[in-house]
Design a protein around this ligand. Structure first.
Ligand code: TQI
Ligand code: ZN
Ligand code: ZN
Length: 161
């Protein structure tokens, strides 16, 4: 089943803005591909609920970007493998992708599918913790391309808001 962060933090509004920061040129997907992956992930989470997500260029609720190694939070990245990304609980909307991973838009082995990871991290940004349903997008293990939420994920979101 789904879980939440301690204290069940959540957004107090349903209209959230997002923007992309930091796209180091070494990252193996283009900014356009990353934006498309994010757009798809937002659309997936936005189905059958009141959320709307809009891309902006200025101040925004969810801020997604690529970082490597030490990057000024308490969770340094670890190079290729290991931790792929992390995201903070509401209403801190930071989503950090590890710039050292072998990202792609296909996820064909050994690359990591950027949309799958965005979908998972966005779940964290919306207030979901990990699920022990192995098929949920919020399950704590990456097992290849997965571009849909499951009932467990959707129930988790709907019961929080
Ligand atoms: N990154 C962890 C994750 O997002 C970071 C993390 C661990 C975390 N515990 C957390 C973030 C609790 C928020 C709350 O789960 S990860 C997967 C999955 C990771 C893992 O690199 O291990 C995905 C990132 F689910 F596939 F294992 C993305 Cl999709
Ligand atoms: Zn970070
Ligand atoms: Zn996670």
């Amino acid at each position: 089943n789904y879980t939440y962060f301690p204290g069940n933090p959540k957004w107090s509004k349903f209209t959230l803005t997002y923007r992309v920061t930091r796209m180091p040129s070494s990252v193996s997907v283009s900014q356009n591909d990353f934006k498309q992956a994010l757009r798809n992930a937002f659309n997936t989470w936005g189905q059958n609920n009141s959320f709307t997500f809009t891309e902006t260029t200025g101040q925004s609720d969810i801020v997604a970007g690529f970082h490597r190694g030490l990057h000024f939070d308490f969770y340094p990245f670890d190079g290729r493998g290991g931790v792929l990304a992390h995201a903070f609980a509401p209403d801190d909307g930071r989503m950090h992708m590890d710039a050292d991973e072998n990202w792609s838009t296909t996820g064909s082995s050994p690359t990591i599918d950027v949309e799958t990871v965005c979908l998972h991290e966005l779940g964290h940004n919306l207030g979901l913790g990990h699920s022990n349903d192995p098929n949920a997008i919020m399950a704590p293990t990456y097992s290849g391309v997965r571009r849909n939420t499951r009932q467990d994920d959707r129930e988790g979101l709907n019961n929080l808001y």
